[in-house]
Ligand binder design. Sequence first.
Ligand code: SF4
Length: 100
Amino acid sequence: MTDTDTSWRLRAARLSSVVTIPDWNLSLDDWKNDALCGQTDPDMFFPDRGESTREAKMVCSRCTVTAECLEYALQHDERHGVWGGMSERDRRKLRGLVVD
Ligand code: SF4
């Protein structure tokens, strides 16, 4: 190892102690790996018109990525299904409350 290598490594070590170096392997969709609905019947989250969303919402209430899921649904304008513990109707109401 040369002096230049050592110097660079020391600087990198100091830098990493003061800034957060992003993990480039992480995707913005990594929250989906923790989606509790992935361990259940996916049809439950896309009920037919008039069917209850209660069971799906109960699963969501125990999920650890509810906020990320809801944010994704709102950003991607997902019109169908239960996302982040909210039905299509819930999300429409929420959008109505948001003032640009
Ligand atoms: S909040 Fe609900 S729909 Fe979203 S990932 Fe979790 S279980 Fe699935």
